[in-house]
Design a binder for this molecule. Structure first.
Ligand code: AMP
Ligand code: GLY
Length: 415
């Protein structure tokens, strides 16, 4: 088969790597891809936002299956365009992708279908939003509507912080915010392969959203992760499937926009059971990097089976994967570009490219999150030690990383 992966980040590198291992994969393309993906795929110089050009390429090249990575392409309707041209593509339509592109849509659907999530209200002007914050007090969560690469959320521990976040949000034109009750508990990510009302969970992962050690500082796209999460027992996965993932898939069918693709549940185990923090319409990043490297069965076959209405065969290694993101100084507020990176080839583990470019043969930083180093071992503690040993081999003076990915959970009994 000829397979095309859309996107250029670490998630897409992980999707491409999993696809490249499939017996079904004869030729692999990535558009636009990145220098890491160039080692396993032919790069196509079309940006992931250029829906029509991508469809032209798939048509002309006779691509048999396209796998979409990023949310912006989904929100722009890439799946609708491919389907209109009779091209096979794994991802949700623009309407179904609203589970991520519109927080208001997602929250409304959860409320209507009794899917457990934090109480909320949507606001389109500062004064009413500020009055609501003053009435409810902190902690409280402010979420800007629309796609913000994981950065439009403020978990405000004080009223002042909440009001500040509202000011920033309403400084932007035509913005609206969702204000949510604060949920306390243990967070995890569950990604499922979905086709209409059929939902098949992958293994869970634990992301680390905040930029600083000890979960401090602003939220980011994610600074590191590991999989599996032992604390998320089969019973908790079952509860999540029955009360959240399957009901959401069914709700989307009932709303007339059935979902196909990776449905991402950002979840919190609270004392009232598992609750939804957010849904995403695509694989997580940095979850894909630690989940897909543990898949032992054929990834492409699993996608084809799901698309054909069959149950996919999913087999996982018992090993634990652990990964740490290297980000450019200043991320997430700002970021530098163009710093030379050396030593990547010395790493004994997986190195996913999240934001790199080749410049005159030299590998350089190209944005916020730059690389992710992932290792596998029998226990989380061993994998952690290994990742932190290997990451030292990456030499770049403009990169930083969290030193504690997985540590808090190890201290709380994770193995
Ligand atoms: P989101 O982009 O919606 O996933 O939010 C980013 C991060 O903010 C989440 O991963 C949580 O750590 C935190 N968060 C979001 N919503 C809530 C909430 N209602 N209560 C507590 N923390 C939250
Ligand atoms: N890691 C969180 C996300 O992909 O949204």
């Amino acid at each position: 088969m000829k397979i095309l992966v859309i996107g250029k980040g670490g998630r897409e590198h992980a999707l491409a790597l999993a696809a490249s291992k499939s017996d079904l994969c004869e030729t692999l393309y990535a558009a636009p891809g990145n220098p890491g993906m160039a080692e396993i795929a032919t790069l196509v110089a079309i940006d992931d936002g250029k829906v029509n050009q991508l469809a032209d390429f798939a048509e002309n090249e006779g691509i048999d299956l396209t796998i979409v990575g990023p949310e912006n392409a989904l929100a722009d309707g890439i799946v609708d365009e491919f389907q209109a041209r009779g091209l096979k593509i794994f991802g949700p339509t623009q309407a179904a992708a609203q589970v991520e592109s519109s927080k208001d849509f997602a929250k409304g659907l959860m409320k209507k279908h009794n899917i457990p999530t934090a109480g909320y209200q949507t606001f389109t002007d500062y004064d009413k939003a500020a009055a609501y914050v003053k009435e409810h007090g902190a902690p409280i969560v402010i979420k800007e509507n629309g796609l913000k690469a994981g950065k439009g959320v403020t978990v405000a521990m004080s009223e002042d912080q909440a009001l500040e976040a509202l000011k920033v949000a309403f400084d932007l034109p035509d913005n609206s915010v969702v204000i949510e009750d604060y949920l306390e508990g243990f967070e995890f990510s569950l990604i499922a392969l979905v086709n209409a009302d059929r939902v098949y969970p992958l293994e869970c992962a634990q992301d680390h959203k905040q930029v600083g050690d000890g979960d401090t500082g602003p939220n980011t796209g994610g600074m590191g992760s590991y999989s599996p999460v032992k604390k998320i027992t089969p019973e908790l996965v079952e509860e999540t499937m029955e009360t959240i993932m399957k009901p959401m898939a069914k709700a989307l069918v009932e709303e007339g926009c059935p979902f196909t693709g990776f449905l991402y549940g950002g979840l919190m185990v609270t004392d009232k059971g598992v609750q939804v923090i957010e849904f995403n319409a695509r694989f997580g990043d940095p979850e894909a990097e630690v989940i897909l490297c543990r898949l032992e069965s054929d990834f492409v076959q699993a996608i084809l089976d799901v698309m054909d209405g069959k149950e996919p065969k999913l087999a996982w290694t018992d090993q634990v994967s652990h990964g740490v993101v290297l980000a450019s100084d200043g991320y997430p507020a700002s970021s530098t570009k163009g710093a030379v990176i050396e030593g990547v080839e010395k790493v004994d583990g997986l190195v996913y490219h999240m934001g790199t470019k080749l410049d005159d043969g030299a590998l350089k930083t190209n944005g916020g999150r730059v690389l992710m180093v992932v290792t596998l071992a029998d226990k989380l503690e061993e994998a952690m030690a290994k990742t932190y040993e290997e990451i030292k081999k990456v030499d770049c003076e403009k990169l930083f990383y969290r030193k504690d990915i997985g540590r808090k959970d190890l201290e709380n009994g994770e193995e």
